[in-house]
Ligand binder design. Structure first.
Ligand code: CDP
Length: 279
């Protein structure tokens, strides 16, 4: 495919401004059988995260006597995109993203409270459209909080970089594939600390700084949605009497689909953004 024009009359392909996020929906507690879970729709990305643990660490030789092993498996489904169409099993890219998400959570999870155990995070990309690693990481943080795992912060991620000569945030697939540079970052919103910074392409030092600043500002908006999703989850649990009680972790089902009719599942506009982009 030839490179499309990524910016026309100062607007991006989907009509967004340079600092505007795609619409984001986050729902916590969507799986009955996981200790914690979350579903995120971020633009056209659809990603599920499930957390199990702290639980017995298998294989035993991975066990750490001083803290829990925090490990993530990121996987794209065989139907999530044209590139992945029909592909199964592990890939180099999946291994890389699993490792970087594991590393981010290893720094924020209070793993020393659970020696000799494992905390497993599974990120399943159901539909991909650019930025799945940051969408997966953002959902995984909500799933960990839903599982009641103590953490220093509910972290989130956003990518920024350069497209058609302009610094912009949150790239869709074509912006990611045809832009000049892409910098996914993960942030601890409480401290502003950077927990992940990757980069491809070429940028000047000034452009890197501007991109990172823009990604951090956008992360704060994403974080508000994480907190809202967790509050909604706790309100649901409280209502059903599940808080402090036995058994059923109250898991719901997946939202039907974009804008779909379930109460409380309407697409959340990103706080502070002027307009919502078309989905
Ligand atoms: O998803 P993320 O932006 O973190 O990763 P990427 O490797 O920069 O890929 C950008 C986008 O290309 C993905 O989000 C997918 O839409 C697409 N892609 C894909 O469909 N299959 C792959 N194996 C790699 C990328």
């Amino acid at each position: 495919m030839d490179k499309p024009k990524l910016i026309v009359d100062g607007k991006r392909m989907d009509g967004r401004a340079m600092d505007e996020l795609r619409p984001i929906l986050i729902k916590a507690g969507v799986l009955n059988k996981a200790d914690g879970s979350a579903y995120i729709e971020w633009g056209k990305n659809k990603v599920l995260a499930a957390v199990y643990g702290p639980r017995e660490c298998i294989p035993k030789h991975d066990e750490n006597p001083y803290k829990a092993l925090v490990r993530c498996t990121y996987r794209m489904s065989p139907f999530c995109s044209l590139e992945e169409h029909g592909r199964r099993g592990p890939s180099r890219r999946g291994t890389e993203i699993s490792k970087l998400i594991s590393n981010v959570f290893d720094t924020v999870v209070m793993a020393e409270h659970f020696p000799k155990t494992a905390i497993d995070i599974f990120v399943e990309v159901l539909q991909a459209d650019g930025g799945t690693r940051v969408a997966g990481l953002t959902a995984a943080a909500v799933a960990l909080a839903d599982a009641g795992i103590p953490m220093k912060d509910v972290v989130c991620g956003v990518a920024a970089g350069k497209i058609d000569g302009e610094i912009a945030v949150d790239f869709g697939k074509y912006e990611d594939n045809f832009g000049e540079s892409d910098i996914p970052v993960a942030v601890s919103p409480r401290t502003g600390e950077l927990l992940l910074l990757q980069m491809d392409g070429m940028l000047t030092k000034d452009e890197v700084m501007r991109s990172v600043d823009m990604a951090i500002s956008a992360s704060m908006k994403v974080h508000e949605l994480q907190v809202a999703a967790l509050k909604e989850r706790y309100a649901e649990k409280e209502k059903s009497g599940a808080l402090g009680g036995e058994g059923d972790n109250g898991g719901g089902s997946l939202p039907s689909d974009a804008g779909g009719g379930r109460q409380g599942m309407a697409l959340q506009p990103v706080p502070g953004d002027a307009g919502e982009s078309a989905r």
